[in-house]
Ligand binder design. Structure first.
Ligand SMILES: C[S@@+](CC[C@H](N)C(=O)[O-])C[C@H]1O[C@@H](n2cnc3c(N)ncnc32)[C@H](O)[C@@H]1O
Length: 268
């Protein structure tokens, strides 16, 4: 039985079968875990203090606590926080996960300024009123040597997905829309290019450590192919990992991940 507390990245480093869900998260976990490893070495502490802004029901927070870190989740949704509490308890990490109701704009009403080694901002910038302020607050929550993990919806990935589904007008609309939305039925309020995200991170005073494209192919290939072809999932995961690093593929990725480092942290 795979240990449910192991984050998906572990599947790359063990012989355990990789769950299909790892296609959505493998690249981010790989980058994040390397950043955590560097921070634990640099600080000499095994347990880091992590803030997960808009952390929801704990997709990242609970596995991070499973690695021994202390995670504070700030999220405006009481339902998400309730689910987080339950998941953390089921995983046996309730003592290392704290959920607090709040949002990215009023972050310091509930979280400590300058109090965290790592801040996650995953899938949140799309929804906040002011992305620049959201990022500035996330950065202000970092210790002088800290790391920001930013994940947000990519503009080009949405255009490509609409076009390949035959929704050409919606694809064109997303391409022209300043927020990258394909129409009034689009559930995502805002999407970003890699340049926009790196500008936000640098504008908040961080150095960009790395940019990765996430889900370059995963959302475009028929699921049946991945599920039935022997070895297809592993091969696709390897392809995603290779493409993630190449700037040419960033413009068509479903999501973009930017690792930001405070000037001191990058030297560790
Ligand atoms: C797509 S979910 C991402 C959840 C989690 N970060 C993950 O990666 O699985 C977006 C989350 O952002 C939260 N959210 C929405 N507006 C927010 C805001 N202004 N500040 C902080 N979180 C917000 C939602 O409640 C939701 O939990």
């Amino acid at each position: 039985m795979p240990d449910p507390m192991r984050p998906p990245v572990s599947d790359h480093r063990t012989t355990q079968p990789r769950p299909r869900a790892s296609l959505r998260t493998a690249v981010v976990w790989e980058v994040l875990q390397d950043a955590l490893d560097r921070r634990t070495k640099a600080t000499g502490r095994d347990a880091l203090d992590i803030l997960d802004t808009g952390g929801g029901s704990g997709n990242f927070a609970v596995p991070l606590a499973g690695l021994g870190h202390r995670v504070t989740v700030v999220d405006p949704s009481p339902n998400a926080l309730f689910a987080l509490e339950r998941r953390a308890a089921e995983a046996g990490v309730a003592d290392r996960v704290k959920g607090v109701q709040g949002d990215a704009h009023g972050l310091f009403d509930v979280a400590e300024r300058g109090g965290y080694d790592v801040v996650l901002c995953h899938g949140v910038l799309e929804y906040v009123d002011d992305p620049a302020e959201g990022i500035r607050n996330a950065v202000a929550a970092l210790r002088p040597e800290g790391v920001l993990s930013l994940l947000a919806a990519g503009l080009g990935g949405a255009v490509l997905a609409r076009a390949l589904a035959g929704h050409f007008k919606e694809a064109g609309q997303a391409l022209r829309d300043p927020d990258g939305r394909w129409g009034s039925g689009d559930p995502v309020p805002r999407r970003f290019t890699a340049d926009q995200l790196t500008a936000l991170v640098e504008g908040a005073g961080l150095r960009v450590g790395a940019v990765h494209g996430v889900r370059v192919f995963a959302d475009l290939v028929p699921g049946v192919l991945v599920d039935t072809e022997p070895g297809a999932l592993d091969a696709l995961l390897e392809l995603e990992a290779a493409a993630a690093e190449l700037p040419a593929f960033h413009s068509v990725a479903t999501q973009l991940h930017v690792l930001g480092e405070t000037p001191g942290a990058g030297e560790a």
